[in-house]
Design a protein around this ligand. Structure first.
Ligand SMILES: [Zn+2]
Length: 84
């Protein structure tokens, strides 16, 4: 646990945090709240430990009903950005 304290991308210091994490699952977007993560204080990359990811997968595959379902707005930026 203690030897991987540094960010693998930039070598920055990682800090423990609790965050909301989104994951694409096939064509779905799933949101996980209250996820224990480590955040790089330099580049902001969020790191999840393998056990956490495994548990997230387990919960989804178990078919357990989520605590809540929220509608997610999607915008295509094709319409809103000027062609370069
Ligand atoms: Zn970093």
């Amino acid at each position: 646990m203690s030897k991987k304290k540094r960010c693998a991308i930039c070598g920055g210091v990682k800090k423990k945090s609790i965050q909301t994490v989104d994951r694409h699952w096939g064509d779905k977007l799933l949101i996980f709240e209250d996820v224990p993560v480590e955040v790089c204080t330099e580049c902001g990359e969020v790191w999840l430990c393998p056990e956490t990811v495994e548990t997230m997968e387990k919960v989804v595959k178990s078919g357990r009903a989520p605590e809540k379902t929220i509608p997610i707005p999607v915008w295509s930026m094709k319409k809103h950005l000027q062609p370069v």
